[in-house]
Write a protein that binds this ligand. Sequence first.
Ligand code: KIV
Length: 263
Amino acid sequence: MNKTLTVDHLASMKREGEKIAMLTCYDATFAATMDRAGVDIILVGDSLGMVVQGRSTTVGVRVDDIAYHTACVAKGLNRTFLLADMPFGSYHDETTAMETAVELLSAGGAMVKLEGAGPMIDIVQYLTSRGVPVCGHLGLTPQSVNQLGGFKVQARDEESADRLLGDAAALQRAGAQLLVVECVPAPLGKALSAAVDIPVIGIGAGAACDGQVLVMHDMLGLGGRAPRFVADFMQQSQSIQGAFEAYVKDVREGRFPAKEHEY
Ligand code: KIV
């Protein structure tokens, strides 16, 4: 039996320059298959609102939805680290954030993820100083899609790139132990990964990030019209486990993402 990965292990992967392979997942069978394929981190993402519940955004997802799918995924795992997303409106104040975190960690999550910086820095500080492991999420933050005016590449100009670098440093200071960065130019993904000690997991943020994440349905070619940063790993595989293995290998060996997947 393999030992479950820990935050220390993820931090040492960054120090050793070993790339981290992360995927989203929502049930026990896929979780067990990803675990066997060597996926390091599973995210029970609020993307489930779109790929499982059929919504057009993640905004309507509730804490109970994430808790239910986290408990399902946890049943399938042996080695893989389990990260659970805090959905929209479930961490806007300290008490609500703590209640959400308790629910998701009780369901089997090893860490919770929340989007944004600014007022969220104090929430991260509040949670981490009370024993809750936290992952930040910067760049394209899908819960703010209605404010951002769509799913678009972020921080293309110098001023917003500098702001993002400052936000990453602030999240680290507040105790975040992992950071997801979504849809930013590849040079900024590289700069972010170099600027903080915590592992930076990119999605559409370039090959120089410390690790990569994709939504499972997208990398299995089930997502319909996929964004530029997605590769369909079923194209080169005979089975779903084979697709997960190919993804892990390509991330580890720096073949994914390729230039064509970057902004
Ligand atoms: O919910 C999700 O799947 C995510 C990933 C896009 C990182 O947050």
